[in-house]
Design a protein around this ligand. Structure first.
Ligand SMILES: O=C(O)CCC(=O)C(=O)O
Length: 262
């Protein structure tokens, strides 16, 4: 099933109004032709070798074997994706929703291929370092449906950091008290959400992949911190290894799959 959520054109002044009320907003970002180009770019990134460069691939173990779960830090190595995420409509919408000019903070592809795992209910803000004001979005590379693990969001609950469990995810009692709304979206649409908007997603139980691009932007006023973010992330992963622990997919334990330690 695809979206029945209201959607807006990129430059529609009603979009920031809707976003401020709900903590999320759906934007029609890419035409079918642009979406096909994006799908080709994501195929290219997925074909890069594991351990062969500065991009970071993560794989998960699934019932049918190891498969890609995520790639991050790819914009330095892919001109098309760099342009999409740092110039034009995407960064402009980020700025309009933040209410001030925005800059790319980090980027990832979550592949959620057939059999891929879901994500526990969480807010993103506890995993972000250095910045106070940031906004993320999910650019659907493939249609994102109830069957293949679309996002669920909670409206109008982005004022505070909610109580967390030991993994940095939202505690069960709070999760159960909130009204969760499924957000299935079409390939080429973008679901923008505040970094404190509660969200979660199920596993991909369908026979179709559900790839999505997730750029995060911060207020430019707080600085261009992308390189600092990745340097810090690599340090925190190394610290975890030094303690004899397996680094997670994120800096919080929201990923519900079995990650392979590459
Ligand atoms: O891709 C998904 O299904 C959810 C991803 C997510 O919540 C995250 O990466 O923080």
């Amino acid at each position: 099933m695809l979206s029945t959520l209201p959607s807006f054109e990129s430059r529609d002044p009603a979009a920031p109004v809707f976003y401020r009320e709900h903590g999320w907003v759906l934007i029609d970002t890419l035409s079918p032709e642009q979406t096909a180009t994006l799908q080709g770019w994501v195929d290219e990134v997925a074909s890069w070798p594991i351990g062969g460069g500065e991009w970071i691939h993560h794989r998960e173990q699934t019932a049918t074997g190891p498969q890609l779960a995520r790639t991050e830090n790819f914009t330095p190595f892919h001109a098309g994706l760099r342009e999409l995420l740092t110039q034009g409509a995407m960064v402009e919408v980020a700025g309009a929703l933040l209410g001030e000019p925005a800059v790319l903070y980090k980027e990832k592809v979550n592949y959620k291929l057939v059999g891929g795992a879901g994500f526990a209910p969480h807010q993103d803000a506890p995993a972000y370092r250095f910045v106070k004001d940031h906004i993320s979005c999910m650019v659907a590379v493939d249609d994102s449906t109830l069957e293949n693990g679309c996002l669920d969001v909670v409206s109008s609950r982005y004022d505070d950091i909610l109580p967390m469990d030991e993994k940095g995810c939202i505690t069960n009692s709070v999760v159960e008290s909130m009204a969760w709304q499924a957000a299935p979206i079409r390939a080429g649409q973008t679901l923008w959400f505040h970094s404190r908007t509660p969200h979660r997603s199920g596993p991909n139980t369908s026979q179709k992949n559900r790839r999505a691009l997730y750029p995060t932007y911060n207020a430019r006023r707080e600085g261009d911190l992308r390189e600092a973010y990745y340097a810090q992330k690599l340090r925190e992963w190394q610290d975890a290894r030094d303690r004899g622990e397996k680094p997670g997919l994120s800096l919080i334990g929201d990923f519900q799959g079995v990650l392979l330690d590459e």
